[in-house]
Design a binder for this molecule. Structure first.
Ligand code: UDP
Ligand code: MG
Length: 232
């Protein structure tokens, strides 16, 4: 106990003095025992949104899509990040992680204060974080500052299916990036930047891979079974 205390003080001092090589002792904001975070990844157009809605119905999750949070921030009148977000999204690039992690943390706090029902109350909650983390730095920052994740649901499909679904969605979505040029850039970013995140979590056995080529119901059954294992 006393040792632990001294260790913490030393850690805090080292942080304050910016001493390199000394382990950091900051705890994430939310405790994994109370707050379940499931990351939802998969190529753009793999059907993450659809599957998340079904999981929300079944398990009373809060569904936070980082893409939606970014688009809302981009459109917020006095946001200082609007232009930065807009250009990154159009180019299919990843917005700097500080922005996304902060938006997520704020959204999680708001939901934890208001949401009720199965899995919620007394600081408890369950989140599907959709479209995140897309880059290693985001993953590490989130786990260090906000919450340790419980599972990564990884929806896989081929590029032709994704392209077909995205172009279809583009007819009605009015999104800046549902056009062939942006889609190609998003595919490339996904391969170069997001695949390493999946590989990282595979090493710790946290990834549940779900083939998203069969019917919506079949995919849902597989995803729901994986999720049930980590819910308490
Ligand atoms: N984006 C980002 N960081 C994130 C999530 C999204 O920078 O954590 C940006 C990125 O430019 C991405 C775009 O938002 O291409 C759209 O993301 P969304 O998840 O809405 O699109 P999806 O890939 O699901 O179609
Ligand atoms: Mg999406």
């Amino acid at each position: 106990m006393a040792l632990n205390f001294i260790w913490k003080i030393a850690g805090a001092l080292a942080d304050a003095l910016h001493l390199p090589g000394f382990p950091k002792h900051k705890e994430p904001k939310f405790d994994k025992k109370k707050v379940t975070v499931i990351f939802v990844l998969g190529g753009t157009g793999a059907g993450k949104g659809t599957q998340c809605s079904l999981l929300v119905e079944k398990y009373n999750f809060s569904h936070l899509s980082t893409g939606d949070l970014l688009r809302a921030e981009q459109d917020r009148l006095d946001s200082q990040f609007g232009d930065l977000i807009r250009t990154h999204i159009r180019e299919g690039e990843i917005v700097p992680m500080e922005v996304v992690v902060k938006l997520l943390e704020n959204a999680m706090c708001a939901v934890l204060e208001s949401k009720t029902g199965e899995g919620w109350g007394d600081g408890k909650g369950r989140f599907l974080v959709d479209g995140f983390p897309r880059k290693m730095d985001q993953a590490l920052k989130f786990e260090e500052d906000v919450c340790t994740s419980s599972l990564v649901l990884f929806f896989t499909t081929n590029e032709e299916t994704m392209l077909e679904r995205l172009l279809e969605r583009g007819k009605t979505s009015s999104r800046d990036d549902d056009n062939i040029e942006s889609i190609k850039k998003r595919f490339a970013t996904y391969k170069e930047t997001t695949m390493p995140v999946i590989e990282h979590y595979e090493k710790s056995g946290k990834v549940a891979e779900v083939d998203s080529s069969p019917s919506v119901d079949e995919i849902h059954a597989v995803a729901a079974a994986a999720v049930a294992k980590v819910l308490t």
